[in-house]
Design a protein around this ligand. Structure first.
Ligand code: ATP
Ligand code: MG
Length: 297
């Protein structure tokens, strides 16, 4: 809607996990390097955790691109609320296994056969499960068993589990001691720091066609960081709404008043929430800690 007004080729703050808009913060870079290293070196289990909206699915999308380019076969399960039967059916579909996909025994047989064949050709296979914190215990147990498949050169199936911090807690349960021991690599995504939020916003704008951004003045960027607590999804939602509001008011730059309106509309919460903050030059009482922010999704 506002693209032409701001001279943009694309929407800079889409909510989809599009690798084309990737901002390579040090931790995102490290997480991706870990995922790729873990898969390439046949490490077995790799776990990626992070709070809601910090970029886990975006990392998995980047990993998918890498695997596709390397011609590595993978199954990608993004709906983790599955029964054991549905889990095997989904794997069979994704890996195009020729068998009765409704029979767990047949799927396991065909999967084992395919994995061995690929391993003999020196090629890997990967299972990626997003939203893994939602996995049913029985499905998690099946995944653990799939992680046992190996030949003398290493694991036949590399397994990447990504999810919210509950996943770590789930894997800490006594019944998953064995699985936990096999996790070769763990990576965690934290919210962005202030300088990263600024780079994140400018990177996305540049990718969308605005090479030198002048829409968001520095003090506004600092406030966007504070109110979103550095969570990329919230940053996207706030910036998108700011651009829309500025456009509606025929203004080429966003203001603190627009931010107040946008965050109020979004019902965004942040620590010590109040209309203005003193460090941005606005008056107000001292900050009170209120460690809660809305998900915004
Ligand atoms: N490093 C990044 N570079 C560019 N965009 C990012 C980055 N990290 C996150 N985003 C953006 O933030 C939004 C949320 O990212 P994503 O969906 O990957 O988060 P998530 O951790 O999977 O969230 P959830 O816990 O809800 O599944 C998306 O719009 C995505 O494009
Ligand atoms: Mg996700």
């Amino acid at each position: 809607m506002y693209k032409a007004f701001f001279g943009l080729k694309e929407n800079p703050f889409n909510l989809s996990p599009d690798p084309a808009f990737l901002y390579r913060s040090a931790q995102h870079e490290e997480a991706l390097a870990n995922l790729i290293y873990g898969v390439q070196s046949r490490k077995g289990f790799i776990v990626l955790t992070g709070e809601v909206g910090t970029g886990k699915t975006t990392m998995l999308e980047c990993l998918r691109d890498f695997l596709t380019a390397q011609q590595v076969v993978f199954a990608y399960l993004f709906n983790s609320r599955l029964t054991v039967e549905q889990f095997f059916e989904m794997i069979a579909y994704d890996l195009d296994l020729r068998c009765n996909r409704e029979s767990k025994t047949e799927v396991l047989f065909a999967l084992n056969h395919m994995l061995l064949q690929r391993a003999n050709q020196g090629r890997g296979s990967v299972l990626i499960v997003d939203e893994a914190h939602n996995l049913d215990w029985n499905v998690l147990e099946e995944i653990r068993l799939l992680g046992n498949l190996e030949n003398r050169r290493g694991k036949l199936l590399q397994i990447v589990l990504a999810g919210q911090p509950e996943l770590d807690r789930k894997l800490d349960a006594p019944e998953f001691r064995q699985l936990k021991q096999r996790i070769a690599l763990r990576c965690t995504l934290q919210p962005l720091q202030e300088h990263e939020t600024v780079e994140y916003i400018t990177t996305r704008l540049a990718r969308a066609g605005m090479l030198e951004q002048t829409v968001f003045p520095p003090e506004l960027l600092a406030e966007v960081h504070y109110r979103t607590q550095g969570i990329p999804r919230l940053i996207n939602a706030v910036c998108d709404n700011l651009l829309l509001t500025a456009f509606a008011m025929e203004s080429k730059s966003a203001t603190m008043e627009m931010l107040d309106e946008v965050t109020a509309d979004m019902r965004l919460e942040w620590p010590g929430k109040r209309p203005y903050r003193s460090h941005t030059g606005y008056s107000g009482e001292p900050l009170k800690e209120r460690p809660y922010y809305s998900r915004g999704d």
